[in-house]
Write a protein that binds this ligand. Structure first.
Ligand SMILES: [Zn+2]
Length: 498
């Protein structure tokens, strides 16, 4: 197939070329200024007046969780708990999980007592928007074994408040059935395609869920880079052994190990150097010491796998930096690892990141969504000095990519580009949403760019992405999607594939 007379955008050179694009077997094979004189019997689409961009790469999200959030009812549209009863009562699932509350949205923190008073005779979990805290009812505590987590990492079973290890254990115990995971995955990748996202780096499973999740993920049409959550270097060995059964395919790669260093600012469990402004006796927690983290890094280097570390607070970041500085001075590994989020960093910490073999994944939508909460947690002076340091990361030219962290925030890359413009130019942001993600997942020649040999992954607009206003950006729906060599039109209102 040929696409002729189309403006093809190169995010590295930051320019367009009026080109004819040849696509065969999922790949771009040629980019020429004119069609060749002799053409075999191939489809030729004249796209004069249209613009072709490499597909977005969302370098950090949770695809299955995002899909589940699209399928479940948003309970928290109303802050009145008595209105939650009806949708809960009508919900046919055996275990009721609803994600998306926060104190900003509903005005309070729910409790076990409140959930019990609704009189629902099934296990219920209300997951906070950030995914780092949840509230359960008594039925949940009777059905699943969580007693060992009481008072650990801030978990308090007397109020039904669960965080980190308790929440993860609960998720693993109630592992939803395969059918619902298939439906979640389909909803997620269809939503990605509506937005011109052709590749995602996703975190969906831990050691105990590999068996159900990995075979499923290998069925998507998106180019997937999976991050497997591990709690110890020994679990890394187990994951490597397991994945020998499921070698990488054209669209699926087991890319990184994911480690959580701390929680979230919203749930007061991000590990910060100076106490929370709204809880002066608390600094949050780091889940690992510097020495433990060194073992994780050494083990990832040994397996030649990338380590992606969730780090939000400046104290947790400090421990990460000490660990990476130690490993860098004691080994000559060429592996480049990732810090995911980095929501607080001093100028000195950023300079140290720049000297280390590290990439950063940032989520510009957080700065807007967290605005009220972050002032409460950090106070305005500290927030202005070291909070959401995306502008400084760009200015210091630390290699970074942009991502959504969906379902925590929106998956819409156009909306996220509009948030990113507070911190950098649109062209810099687009580079971070395409080329940078491909570099971080070690596919710099096949993803994030449109050139001979790369996957034919992209989206098409009837106007120039870089000439619309910031307000118009948020409403963009591509006219066409190019996914793995197949082109299709999208509905201009819903974005659905036509
Ligand atoms: Zn995440």
């Amino acid at each position: 197939m040929w696409l002729k007379n189309i403006q093809v955008y190169d995010p590295i050179l930051q320019q367009y070329d009026d080109s004819c694009v040849h696509i065969r077997n999922h790949l771009i094979t040629e980019l020429l200024p004119d069609l060749p004189k002799r053409l075999s019997k191939e489809t030729v689409l004249d796209l004069k007046g249209y613009y072709l961009y490499p597909g977005f790469i969302d370098s950090h999200c949770h695809l299955l969780g995002f899909g589940a959030s699209l399928l479940e009812k948003n309970l928290f549209e109303t802050p009145d708990p008595s209105r939650w009863f009806e949708p809960m009562q009508a919900d046919t699932r055996d275990v009721l999980v609803y994600r998306g509350w926060s104190e900003d949205i509903i005005g309070f923190t729910p409790t076990k007592q409140l959930l019990d008073s609704l009189g629902i005779d099934k296990p219920v979990l209300l997951t906070r928007k950030c995914g780092h805290a949840g509230i359960v009812n008594t039925k949940t505590l009777q059905t699943f074994s969580l007693n060992q987590y009481h008072q650990l990492d801030g978990t308090d079973l007397s109020t039904g408040f669960l965080t980190e290890k308790a929440l993860l254990s609960l998720y693993q115990q109630m592992q939803t059935c395969k059918g619902s995971q298939e439906a979640s995955l389909k909803a997620a990748y269809q939503a990605c395609q509506r937005f011109g996202i052709c590749s995602v780096h996703t975190e969906d499973c831990s050691i105990s869920t590999l068996e159900t999740v990995i075979p499923l993920l290998r069925t998507t049409p998106l180019h997937l880079h999976e991050k497997i959550l591990v709690n110890s270097p020994e679990e890394m060995d187990q994951a490597i052994e397991f994945c020998k059964k499921y070698p990488d395919t054209d669209t699926f790669s087991f890319g990184s190990f994911k480690v959580y260093m701390d929680g979230s600012l919203g749930a007061h469990n991000a590990n910060i150097m100076h106490a929370y402004s709204d809880k002066p006796d608390q600094h949050g927690f780091s889940f690992y010491t510097t020495d433990e983290l060194i073992r994780f890094i050494q083990s990832a280097n040994h397996h030649k796998k990338q380590l992606a570390i969730h780090v939000i607070g400046d104290q947790a970041l400090e421990k990460c930096l000490q660990a990476f500085e130690y490993v860098a001075s004691h080994s000559d590994s060429a592996m480049i690892h990732r810090l995911v989020h980095v929501q607080m960093a001093s100028s000195d910490q950023l300079s140290r990141i720049k000297k280390l073999p590290l990439f950063i994944n940032i989520q510009p939508a957080f700065a807007e969504a967290d605005r009220q909460m972050a002032v409460l947690r950090l106070g305005s002076a500290r927030l202005a000095e070291i909070g959401y340091p995306y502008h400084d990361i760009a200015v210091k030219q630390i290699p970074f990519s942009i991502s959504s962290d969906a379902p925590v925030e929106t998956m819409n890359p156009f909306l996220i580009l509009s948030h990113a413009e507070r911190f950098m130019s649109r062209k810099e942001a687009f580079f971070a949403y395409s080329v940078a993600g491909a570099i971080q997942s070690h596919f710099p020649n096949s993803l994030g760019v449109l050139k001979p040999g790369s996957y034919a992954d992209g989206f098409i607009l009837p106007y120039d992405l870089f000439s619309v206003t910031t307000e118009q950006l948020a409403d963009i729906i591509p006219s066409h999607l190019l996914s793995n060599g197949e082109i299709c039109s999208l509905n201009s209102t819903t974005g659905e594939v036509l």
